[in-house]
Structures are given as structure tokens and as C-alpha cells.
Design a protein around this ligand. Structure first.
Ligand SMILES: [Zn+2]
Length: 138
């Protein structure tokens, strides 16, 4: 187990911020192309989904399918966007795959990164899956 360097932590923070600002890549419900669910703006919690491929737009995106999702180790590995994918990749490739290192918390207040992503024995498969996801970015 290594010790987190300041650079490592600040890179994580920068990527986390980028990821939050980028919105989530989603599968367009109309054309199945790559759409974006934008972060909520101003007052409301409603998020807008827009698709650059077919022009579909919906305010109040509701449930959507992540664009970046792939089966790995019998589970589904997913990422919100390119920055989030980089974050995952750095995390998986590092020797700091402890839950405490993961900077982002999910809504139910548990650490977002599941244990199977932290297991050293899954590392190679996970990095292959990340590479495949990166290749699927439009
Ligand atoms: Zn579309």
C-alpha cells in the first residue's frame, strides 16, 4: 500500500470537478447515439438530455442508460464521461485502490467505488475494459 502524494490527490480532485461539470454520457432514447445529460442548472434539479446526432432534447431526463458501460468480472463497469473514465483508470492502475482514496461519494452516502473494482486480481481485466470504453467515446 502506497501513500497518496499531493499530486495524486489534486489530480483526482481536478478530474472529479471536470467530471461533475461535463455531465453524463447517455444512450439517446431515440437514435441510440451518444447523448449528454447535462448537470442541473440554476434552481431546479431537472437535467436536460440532448443528442447531437439526432437533435433529440428532453428536459427532465429521468432514468437513462450510461453510454460508457461494459461487462467486466461478471459485473457492469460504468463511467459517467471521459474525465470519470480517466479517474477510474488512474485509480485502478494505482496501488492506492483503497475505498478511502476514492474522492467521490454517491447519494446514499456510501463510497461509490465497489469492492470488486478495488481488488488487485481484477486489475488487468478492469484496465482492458476501461480501454474498450475509451475506444467507444465518440
Ligand atoms: Zn439521438
Amino acid at each position: 500500500m502506497g501513500v497518496a502524494s499531493v499530486d495524486f490527490v489534486s489530480e483526482f480532485e481536478a478530474l472529479t470537478k471536470q467530471s461533475a461539470e461535463a455531465g453524463d454520457l447517455a444512450v439517446c432514447p431515440r437514435c441510440e447515439g451518444q447523448a449528454i445529460v447535462h448537470p442541473p442548472t440554476g434552481d431546479g434539479r431537472l437535467r436536460t438530455l440532448t443528442c447531437g446526432a439526432c437533435g433529440y432534447s428532453k428536459r427532465g431526463a429521468g432514468q437513462f442508460r450510461y453510454w460508457l458501460r461494459i461487462e467486466c468480472c461478471g459485473r457492469v463497469l460504468w463511467a459517467r464521461n471521459a474525465a470519470h473514465l480517466t479517474l477510474l483508470e488512474r485509480y485502478i492502475a494505482s496501488d492506492l485502490r483503497t475505498e478511502a482514496m476514492w474522492p467521490q461519494e454517491s447519494r446514499d452516502n456510501r463510497r461509490m467505488l465497489p469492492k470488486w473494482v478495488c481488488l488487485a486480481r481484477n486489475r488487468d481485466k478492469l484496465l482492458q475494459a476501461v480501454a474498450l470504453l475509451r475506444a467507444s467515446l465518440v
